[in-house]
Design a protein around this ligand. Structure first.
Ligand SMILES: *Cc1c(COP(=O)(O)O)cnc(C)c1O
Length: 226
């Protein structure tokens, strides 16, 4: 597999995008998205220096996580059913897809039971799409105020999956809106550290619009079968 070449290209494109907006590219966290990617390829990416990996499905992720280096930081990215919260709290370091209050309460309860503070990003349905989960942009402020009182949840930022356009330039206004939302939040106990947006198709635009965490699958591992 041409992973090393893919990685070099990704880093170069990331650097160029960061340069255009005068951001140090080292400040951008690259999360390698490994859904449908075998453990051997994840291991290879780890050897090449990638430290953050993201999975969408609990069932698929668990066996991979247990067979891979313990130093990996695992990000959960998918729609999480409350009956699987236990596994995610045990094996993942950041839940990027906190998309509803019911899940916030389930995570808080699991955190309390384990004496563990769970790090999360709020997923924002920035395009207000029926097909996507996430909080509506207008409710983010209230949701954050409420969650900031939860003893075992720590919000570290926002995540978005904007609408898809064949011309990736068309997504720019959505990223810009996310950045506006991200920057305007000032709530005690809520640290807006990560703005997670940008995938293979549009990560350079996301970086130009303020993303400091990008989630890349195809660009690193090639096309998926799904
Ligand atoms: C699959 C996925 C990605 C990566 O998508 P690519 O287009 O392959 O880079 C990023 N974020 C989420 C939430 C995903 O499900």
């Amino acid at each position: 597999m041409a992973m090393q070449e893919n990685m070099q290209q990704v880093y170069q494109r990331l650097q160029q995008a960061a340069n255009r907006v005068h951001v140090p590219w080292e400040a951008i966290t690259l999360v390698a998205v490994t859904k449908s990617v075998p453990g051997s390829a994840i291991e290879q990416a780890w050897q090449l220096g990638i430290r953050h990996f993201g999975e969408n499905r609990v069932q698929e992720a668990l066996p991979k996580i247990s067979s891979l280096p313990p130093g990996i930081t695992w990000h959960f990215l998918g729609h999480l059913q409350t009956n699987k919260v236990r596994h995610v709290v045990e094996h993942f370091q950041l839940v990027q897809s906190l998309d509803r209050m019911k899940l916030a309460r389930a995570l808080q309860k699991e955190g309390e039971d384990r004496g563990k503070v769970i790090q999360v990003l709020l997923q924002v349905n920035i395009g207000d799409e029926k097909s996507k989960s996430g909080f509506h942009p207008d409710e983010i402020e209230d949701v954050l105020v409420e969650i900031s009182t939860f003893s075992h949840l720590r919000v570290l930022g926002l995540m978005a999956i904007p609408p898809y356009f064949p011309d990736s330039e068309a997504v720019r206004p959505y990223f810009r809106k996310m950045n506006g939302l991200f920057r305007q939040i000032r709530i005690p106990n809520v640290q807006m550290k990560y703005l997670s947006m940008g995938m293979t198709h549009d990560f350079e635009i996301a970086v130009e619009e303020g993303a400091n965490m990008v989630r890349l699958g195809t660009a690193l591992f090639g096309e998926r079968a799904d």
